[in-house]
Ligand binder design. Structure first.
Ligand code: ADP
Ligand code: F6P
Ligand code: MG
Length: 343
């Protein structure tokens, strides 16, 4: 087996709490196995611009509890073009890199697979995104912290919603995936969870029908003297976002509806235990997987066990929100059912 001498690590796409914990674990494991490790900065931009530095155990001391990423993260437009991929490959060849570990989401893994056209070194992905939308792994690094942050925020919003007897619409992150919205909605006992998985808005009529339904639910809740009403909604679902939905509902219900976009607070902060632990296990596993001579794989956690899944499988389909969670919300908990009875 060929000895791995030097490897590189980068973080790409949206930063996620726990990325630093994965960097720390990978660096300590690399040192344990006597492998030199460097970090490229700002995602794939670092590869194109030859922007890197040596990673040492000293640098990762005190990192496990920090949000963000020591390596910085970014999107990189050039990586979508052949020239960008070639430049990145040239940097890896010039620096004599044997293996590249990328901590990121499905977009980052798509780019990593394309890099293989121009570079023959080993490539390993570590799933790091608050979206938890990657197939083949139960968890992505950052998801648990992000949903806990959102839950804490919505619990606070609930206090004001109760005090003012007001309707709140809280918009949550998640690109095109409702993992955050569904999990947070259920955990906050939201009266409505509006997400890609349970809400079809293909036509103007769909939009009008949904508005009528939600307005009916709100009015029923008011009739039942329910003191607050929280709608969680996935970003990109309603044209114009939460603010537009608030205006639309106000028009239908003649009730004040307040929009609140949680936004980037979901990406920041100290990682919770689950993210620190899963990131640490994945960081170590990435180094061990390189030593096993594997390439083109993502480190995954399935049923609490660390394993590998091919990168092409991981990006083929977006991970679906668990149908049982959708059913629980839609069929058992939703106000549409509760409103059939008087309180
Ligand atoms: P995430 O990795 O969190 O899904 P993005 O989808 O924004 O985040 O992808 C991060 C980066 O990965 C992009 O900015 C780009 O550099 C690279 N990337 C994404 N999709 C592709 C693609 N189809 N081809 C090449 N590179 C890509
Ligand atoms: O992928 C992570 C994420 O935070 C998504 O939930 C969100 O849609 C997107 O990134 C926001 O991207 P940007 O940082 O480019 O605004
Ligand atoms: Mg993504």
């Amino acid at each position: 087996m060929q000895k791995i001498k030097k490897i590189a690590l980068l973080t790409s796409g949206g930063d996620a709490p726990g990325m630093n914990a994965a960097i720390r674990a990978a660096v300590l494991a690399a040192y344990h196995y006597d492998i030199e490790i460097i970090g490229f900065k700002h995602g794939y931009n670092g590869l194109i611009n030859q922007d890197f530095f040596n990673l040492t155990p000293k640098q990762v001391h005190g990192l496990i509890n920090q949000g963000g990423t020591l390596l910085k993260s970014a999107r990189c437009k050039e990586f979508h073009h052949q020239d960008g991929l070639k430049q990145a490959a040239n940097t890896l060849i010039k620096e004599k890199i044997d293996g590249l570990i990328v901590i990121g989401g499905d977009g980052s893994f798509t780019g990593l697979l394309k890099l293989q056209q121009y570079w023959q070194g080993q490539v390993i992905g570590i799933p790091g995104t608050i979206d938890n939308d990657i197939d083949g792994t139960d968890y992505t690094i950052g998801f648990t912290t992000a949903i806990n942050t959102a839950i804490e925020a919505i619990d606070k919003i609930r206090d004001t919603a109760d005090a003012f007897e007001r309707v709140f619409i809280v918009e949550l992150m998640g690109r095109h995936s409702g993992q955050i919205t569904f999990n947070v909605g259920v955990a906050c006992a939201a009266e409505q969870v509006l997400s890609f998985e349970n809400f079809n808005l293909s036509t103007e009529k769909d939009r009008a029908d949904r508005l009528t339904e939600i307005s009916k639910h709100i009015k029923q809740a008011q009739k039942n003297r329910q003191s607050s009403y929280i709608i969680v909604i996935a970003e990109n679902l309603w044209e114009g976002g939460a603010h537009q939905l608030a205006l639309d509902l106000k028009e239908h219900t003649q009730t004040d509806c307040t929009a609140c976009i949680l936004g980037y607070i979901q990406r920041g902060g100290s990682p919770v235990a689950k993210d620190r632990i899963v990131a640490t296990k994945m960081g170590v596993a990435a180094i061990q997987t390189l030593l096993e001579n594997k390439t083109g794989v993502m480190i995954a956690e399935q049923n609490n066990t660390i394993t590998t899944v091919s990168l092409s499988t991981a990006i083929q389909h977006k991970k679906q929100v668990s149908q049982s969670l959708i059913d629980v919300q839609n069929n058992i908990l939703a106000l549409s059912e509760q409103s059939k009875r008087q309180y």
